[in-house]
Design a protein around this ligand. Structure first.
Ligand code: FAD
Ligand code: 2HG
Ligand code: ZN
Length: 473
């Protein structure tokens, strides 16, 4: 929207809908919204508009539809793929859900929670705990990401192994369509075969089809507690064998199995204060394991016995079982600190990949060899939710690298890693989404049939292409 008169008229209409306090026009106050936290994506905006309810979202979308103004939905702005940042044109509106924070209902009989899309994930977890239930979605950004952002990216995190990803935790959705119509699918049903599952179209659509305004989530029985352990191992093959053994021995009690390579842990202990490894020696791989149950009786022994057996069989070299909750918390701080340590230490080239678990060890061996051949000195920060086959196979470039060199090296590394992922029938985006970061990569690896189908869905729901242009597709 380049015409200043039209822009003024548009923003005054926005103010009419949401009030003065719901529209941010001052560039200094827009800073948080137009940049991402990684410092990689930057943009400009006509206005940041912050509705309080679905009716206001609908009125905003009607205005954007009439004026053909592009809209960038935004939740907590913690995303890792540039999906919530507008482009540099200054023509796009940011629609932030950060004032839509109501939890409407917690139903411990139906085991469901109904909330606005702008509720922060940690507040949803807390509301479930308040009725002695459990909401298992958990990730490092849970204190600031929103459930709407989790839905839009189909977020994963550390609980997927046992409970599934955001899609698996969702029963119903409410969405405002690009023309302002509201689809109310806020149903708390575990069975509903009345045609296409529309909610699954919007989950993982990264704001490209509509604004998610509300959700009905599944709740679970609250675990009575957890037992955590930290393990050191020499080989990725041993780590995968340990995963299979623990699944066999502990069944659904195995609630997390998170891997960190030696360089990943070293990065955290070097760059973050008061982060200390629980083991005396260093190892090529570490695993953070967690068991949880509604009955704690025998849980610690179960983990201890499985780890003793694994040590005797030479699968693992050393391990420590947390003796109390404080020790569990400090193990988790090491795992959750890796993202921040990367930001402090360099410019990461991030690969959020999924592979069949049976291919993980061979993939890592071949990927390490390929990287070392081209860039022998490059730190490989490989970690992730390997219980789900999801690796964050990140490569750390120096902080002082020029933009041109960063881009050239990134293009080279992306191609080499993603080609290999494709050879193993993997995915180039496991949980962070495509956004702008992997948009061109997506075109390279998706078949033309898949791209045609996705573009057809986009055209059907957003014919004027106003929803989050330039992202995903
Ligand atoms: P935003 O960043 O605001 O937006 C993300 C995308 O969703 C954008 O495309 C945006 O347009 C769209 N969007 C947001 N809200 C809506 C809405 N209401 N309707 C339609 N579209 C919308 N992610 C994981 O999956 N697993 C992890 O383990 C994980 N760990 C993280 C750890 C840290 C320390 C950090 C900073 C991030 C981590 N993330 C992780 C990434 C991020 O937190 C998730 O992608 C999260 O789901 C984004 O939520 P958000 O509210 O911040 O969304
Ligand atoms: C995690 O698992 C997040 O900690 C972040 O998904 C991954 O920093 C990353 O690349
Ligand atoms: Zn992750």
């Amino acid at each position: 929207m380049q015409d200043p008169m039209k822009q003024m008229e548009f923003t005054s209409r926005l103010i009419h809908v949401v009030g003065d306090e719901g529209v941010i026009l001052n560039p200094a106050d827009q800073e948080f919204y137009v940049n991402d936290w990684l410092g990689k994506s930057h943009g400009r905006t006509v206005a940041v508009v912050r509705p309080r309810n679905t009716a206001e979202v609908s009125a905003i979308m009607r205005l954007c539809h009439q004026s053909q103004t592009p809209v960038v939905p935004q939740g907590g702005n913690t995303g890792m793929s540039g999906g919530a940042t507008p482009d540099m044109s200054g023509a796009q509106v940011i629609l932030s859900l950060n004032r839509m924070k109501r939890i409407h209902e917690v139903d411990p009989v139906n085991n469901t929670l109904t909330a606005d899309a702008g509720v922060v994930l940690a507040d949803i977890q807390q509301a479930a705990r308040a009725v002695d239930r459990y909401f298992p979605l958990s990730l490092g950004a849970e204190g600031s990401c929103t459930i709407g952002g989790n839905l839009a990216t189909n977020a994963g995190g550390t609980g997927v192994l046992r409970y599934g990803n955001t899609r698996d935790l969702t029963l119903g959705l409410e969405v405002v369509l690009p023309d302002g119509r509201v689809w109310n699918g806020l149903r708390g049903l575990r069975k509903d075969n009345t045609g296409y599952d529309l909610k699954d179209l919007f989950i993982g659509s990264e704001g490209s089809l509509g604004i998610i305004t509300g959700v009905v989530l599944k709740l679970f029985a609250a675990p009575a507690g957890r037992v955590s352990a930290w393990v050191g191992a020499q080989e990725m093959t041993s780590v995968v064998t340990l995963l299979n053994r623990l699944q066999a021995a502990c069944g659904p009690r195995l609630s997390a199995f998170e891997m960190m390579s030696g360089p990943s842990l070293a990065l955290v202990t070097r760059h973050l204060e008061a982060h200390v490894s629980p083991l005396d020696k260093t190892y090529p791989y570490y695993v953070l394991i967690e068991l949880a149950d509604t009955n704690m009786s025998g849980l610690q022994e179960m983990l201890q016995d499985a780890l003793t057996l694994a040590t005797e069989d030479g699968l693992i070299d050393d391990c420590v079982v947390a003796m109390n909750e404080a020790q569990s918390v400090s193990m988790w701080r090491l795992r959750e600190g890796i993202s921040m340590a990367q930001v402090k230490a360099g410019k990461a080239v991030k690969h959020d990949i999924a592979l069949p678990i049976s291919s993980l060890a061979t993939f890592v061996k071949e990927a390490d060899e390929a990287v070392q051949k081209s860039f022998p000195e490059l730190p490989i920060i490989n970690f992730g939710h390997i219980g789900d086959g999801n690796l964050h196979y990140n490569l750390l470039l120096p902080l002082a690298i020029s933009n041109t060199a960063y881009k050239e090296t990134t293009d080279h590394l992306n191609k080499s890693i993603h080609d290999l992922v494709t050879q193993f029938n993997g995915s180039i985006s496991a949980e962070h989404g495509v956004g702008t970061l992997r948009r061109d990569e997506l075109k390279r690896y998706k078949s033309s049939v898949e791209m045609d189908l996705m573009n057809a869905v986009k055209r059907a729901i957003d014919p004027n292409q106003i929803m989050n242009p330039g992202k995903l597709l």
